[in-house]
Ligand binder design. Sequence first.
Ligand code: HEC
Length: 130
Amino acid sequence: MKLKSASYFFALALLGASSLASAQSGESTYKQVCASCHGAGVLNAPKFGDKAKWAPLIAEGQVTLTAHAYFGVRAMPAKGGNPNLSIEGFSDALVYIVNNSGGNWKSPDAKTIAAINKEVEARKAGANKK
Ligand code: HEC
């Protein structure tokens, strides 16, 4: 019985490993890439944990906010200033910020990533027209 429940939990741990890994990488990406500005509110960046600042941003929705921030908006540099940061990595860092700032987002699934990509492309197309 003991052994059975132990292996059950082990299986659960394996199943959970992928989502856990992405949660961790969201936190570590935040610390490595975003915290320098969003930790202290550099250049008026909305501060990590500032629910009042994040509420209207969170209300834009995950696809829109992630895409616009990834593309870059005003003083917010594209990809958080790290050209090697993927949409997935950026999204998870943002999920980590949002979930510590009054929101409740999930690591985006493939469909959501595709929608974010589409919105980034739309931004690019708009920017190129200028
Ligand atoms: C060089 C500083 C800097 C870094 C690094 C940075 N940001 Fe920002 N970010 C800003 C500033 C400044 C703003 C506010 C932009 C404005 O409204 O002018 C901002 C705004 C945002 C917004 C709101 C965008 C909107 O539509 O108003 C999001 C989301 C965001 N950042 C996410 C991130 C994430 C995720 C990372 C790390 C992957 C990151 N930022 C890294 C400076 C930074």
